[in-house]
Ligand binder design. Structure first.
Ligand code: AMP
Ligand code: MG
Length: 423
């Protein structure tokens, strides 16, 4: 008689799986032991895109440095504005951006000013040029102009001594321009994080090899999507290629990867089959936790330390690789980089499709967000298999369905994470 046995939980199970860990708990546990790398670089502003500030930047100057005109027009004294009828002013000079008026505006006088010109001494109001008449050397202003209008005050953007940008800020175009406006030529940034990565699997063929596929073989796509994701983030990458399903080769790859990288990402081989040497090697040599995360796609996930490096073992299915990268590896790398913000925001929009979903796990379904009748709406990309990389290409967002949610009907509200916001 054969022994009865209990099947193990798997991705194919329809409903609640009690011993799976919620995504947020798994992420928190992964991040718990991680801190920013300690090295810093002095980085000149033109090279600073994507770098993360290691310390606060204190504004060295007021911006703007002087009261100045916000518009092209005429600077005069608010006290002289007409109360009924027409006010007449004597034009006594001009002020341009970078070329101030050297005198002082007296009662009944006005100075022609360009946008950005320093406010002439004595004047506190600018009347825009579209609302006046100039007749010879005389300026005519109607009743109804606002006192103190169209003037940008010194320091209204930033005051000298303020924290202009806090430590942990990732420098994007606005931050870079802002630093330039403050006269900051270089910043103290965390050193770049180094990330080594490799793919595992006997079936994988490197696309760089130019080899056609034999039966059962597939091109290694994960290494390329990972490299692209890592380069977008601005880390230094070490591509360690494809590692065959063999214990010695896997061990050697880990040794090389951990020798100089801050983080190692491996894809494939993290589950329970006989060919999964990644898991076996890690059990023998690493301090690694094997997570069974309540998510789809991407349930098997490993993380921990190999040598001094942080390690992430991602499922091999190409969509699962990217989903687990964005949900786990990306926030972890941002922590290593010293970023304050680890997670990108989500938005709630109406769903235009019926979505299949069983309760118990978070699902990251691929969606296309568009506008219809002045409102955002998201539709499914269709079939959601974890190997269908084309679904990621069609999509511009993840539709994030919580464990409690069941099937979605058209018109229901869903949470969406836009790819544009992910880096
Ligand atoms: P594994 O996680 O190693 O069990 O692989 C799961 C599935 O993902 C299998 O169909 C693999 O062929 C596929 N796969 C694993 N690694 C890659 C890769 N680097 N590129 C494309 N497909 C892969
Ligand atoms: Mg494999």
């Amino acid at each position: 008689m054969t022994e009865p046995f209990t099947p193990q939980p798997s991705c194919a199970d329809p409903g609640d799986i009690p011993d799976l860990m919620p995504v947020s708990e798994a992420r928190a546990a992964m991040l718990a032991g991680m801190a920013a790398v300690s090295g810093v670089d002095a980085v000149p502003l033109p090279d600073a895109l994507g770098r993360v500030l290691a310390e606060d930047v204190i504004a060295p100057i007021d911006v703007p440095g002087h009261d100045n005109s916000a518009m092209d027009g005429f600077a005069l004294r608010a006290d002289d504005l007409p109360r009924g009828g027409i006010g007449r002013f004597t034009l006594v000079g001009e002020a341009w951006a970078g070329r101030p008026f050297s005198g002082t505006v007296q009662a009944g006088q006005a100075v022609k000013v360009a946008t950005g010109a320093v406010m002439p001494r004595g004047a506190d109001t600018v009347v825009i040029q579209e609302r006046v008449r100039v007749d010879g050397g005389v300026l005519e202003v109607l009743d109804g102009e606002r006192a103190l209008a169209n003037v940008r005050a010194a320091g209204e953007d930033t005051r000298a001594g303020d924290v202009a940008l806090a430590a942990g800020t990732r420098l994007m175009p606005a931050e870079i321009g802002y630093l330039a406006s403050l006269g900051v030529r270089s910043v103290c940034a965390r050193r770049r994080v180094r990330v080594a990565f490799f793919s595992t699997g006997d079936e994988l063929v490197s696309v760089e090899s130019g080899q056609p596929l034999q039966p059962g073989q597939v091109y290694d796509s994960n290494r390329h999507s990972l490299r692209a994701a890592l380069e977008t983030l601005g880390v230094e990458v070490r591509d360690l290629g494809i590692v065959v399903d063999d214990a010695a080769a896997t061990e050697a790859a880990f040794h090389t990867a951990a020798s100089d990288a801050d983080a190692v990402v491996a894809t494939g081989g993290a589950s329970v089959s006989d060919a999964d040497h990644v898991a076996a090697t890690l059990r023998a040599h690493g301090r690694v936790t094997f997570w069974r995360v309540a998510m789809r796609p991407g349930r098997p996930l490993a993380s921990g330390r190999v040598g001094d490096a942080h390690f992430f073992g991602l499922p091999g299915n190409p969509v699962a690789t990217l989903v687990s990268y964005y949900q786990f590896v990306l926030p972890a790398l941002k922590r290593l980089m010293g970023c304050r913000e680890l997670m990108s925001p989500t938005v709630t929009v109406r769903c235009g499709s019926a979505l299949k979903k069983s309760p118990g796990r978070v699902e990251y379904q691929r969606g296309v967000m568009t506008w219809a009748d002045g409102e955002p709406i998201v539709h499914s990309t269709g079939r959601q298999g974890a190997g269908r990389l084309s679904s990621m290409v069609q999509a511009n967002c993840f539709i994030v369905l919580s464990p409690e949610q069941a099937a979605i009907s058209p018109g229901d509200w869903v949470e969406v994470q836009l790819f544009e916001g992910l880096i």
